[in-house]
Design a protein around this ligand. Structure first.
Ligand code: TRP
Length: 335
């Protein structure tokens, strides 16, 4: 691997199946990067446990679910390396060394962690592992020699913190062993939830799963947030903040039709139900092939596991090399 090679490291905490928000954002970005660069897709089960203490069976099931989602949308294990975080123990060991390169105060200031803690409403009563998850993320990225990390804007502080650790380590050992990475945010769009909240999230319950059935899609679209002031069909309606239109912008193949709808809606005379019927049609067409492929793959769990084994052992070789370089630089070699 040359020093200049761009290596993409990306992944998901495995706390549940993926949804449309992922499809519009990170999955889209990964599909685009897949043909261009070497890419690692990390199923972050260890990190998921920091978020869901003791929920082992759920995290295990989610690893399979997320792998199925990746495959169903067209991420290809021949081109991207799928790995399970816990199957690369070098990541944990590296995290342990990195833990000493960052202060508790700095972790508490990490805006992503701060927001997540606030959302959980737990203040300081959180597992030490949760507070330090940015450190494990830094280990994931650096162990695999990642230089490019496609992330949503909310994960930017993770990249900043990773690079701080990299600089700190390199400075401590007096050699550029670890590489800094760059965030790739432009390609990751953030889809609102069906309730119009700024972010679609399974935790908030405002999501549409990639594996959603036609019935589930229909129900979600019917419930979807529109313009609350648009009470009668003849009234002009608002596009800004109207989730149905945001989804059409993201997914409708016929953007001319969307433009026409917008114009008509703003003028008045276009019913929410009509716009929603079109969105329903768009989402059914989008998700049906994904669901079909997912169901087909789900029949062959052995195949999924062997993809994950193969990817994890490939990643392990690289992580082991990084760990060797790190320990050697620290003088932690005794034979
Ligand atoms: N923190 C990411 C999430 O919450 C998952 C993740 C773990 C990750 N390690 C990573 C993402 C390394 C990019 C690179 O989904």
């Amino acid at each position: 691997m040359s020093d200049q090679e761009i290596i993409v490291v990306t992944g998901d905490r495995t706390t549940g199946p993926l949804h449309l928000g992922h499809l519009a954002g990170s999955l889209q970005a990964r599909l685009q990067l897949q043909g261009q660069y070497r890419q690692f897709l990390l199923l972050a089960d260890t990190q998921a446990l920091a978020d869901h203490q003791g929920d082992y069976s759920r995290v295990r099931q989610s690893v399979i679910d997320v792998a199925l989602d990746y495959l169903a949308v067209g991420l290809d294990p021949q081109q991207s390396t799928f790995l399970i975080q816990s199957m690369v123990p070098e990541l944990a060991e590296l995290s342990f060394y990195f833990m000493n390169l960052v202060s508790v105060a700095r972790l508490e200031r990490n805006p992503t962690v701060k927001t997540e803690i606030r959302n959980k409403g737990r203040e300081r009563d959180i597992p030490a592992g949760f507070l330090s998850y940015p450190v494990s993320q830094a280990a994931d990225i650096t162990a695999l020699k990642g230089t490019l990390v496609p992330v949503g804007a909310d994960q930017l502080p993770m990249i900043e913190q990773t690079n701080e650790i990299v600089r700190r380590f390199n400075q401590m050992v007096g050699s550029d062993i670890l590489r800094e990475c760059k965030a790739l945010t432009g390609k990751v769009t953030r889809l609102p939830g069906i309730d119009g909240q700024q972010k679609m999230s399974r935790v908030l319950g405002n999501h549409i799963a990639l594996s959603a059935s036609p019935d589930e899609i229909r129900t979600a679209v019917r419930k979807m947030f529109t313009d609350p002031q648009h009470l009668r069909v003849e009234q002009p309606g608002q596009i800004a903040g109207n989730t149905v239109f945001t989804f059409l912008d993201a997914f409708a193949p016929d953007q001319d039709k969307v433009a026409e709808f917008k114009e008509h809606y703003q003028r008045g005379g276009l019913a929410d139900a009509v716009v929603k019927a079109y969105l329903e049609e768009v989402l059914l067409a989008l998700l049906e092939p994904i669901r079909a492929r997912r169901n087909e793959l789900a029949h062959d769990p052995e195949r999924i596991l062997s993809i994950l084994m193969a990817g994890s052992s490939r990643a392990r070789e690289i992580a082991a090399l990084t760990l060797y370089q790190v320990k050697k630089a620290m003088g932690m070699f005794y034979f």
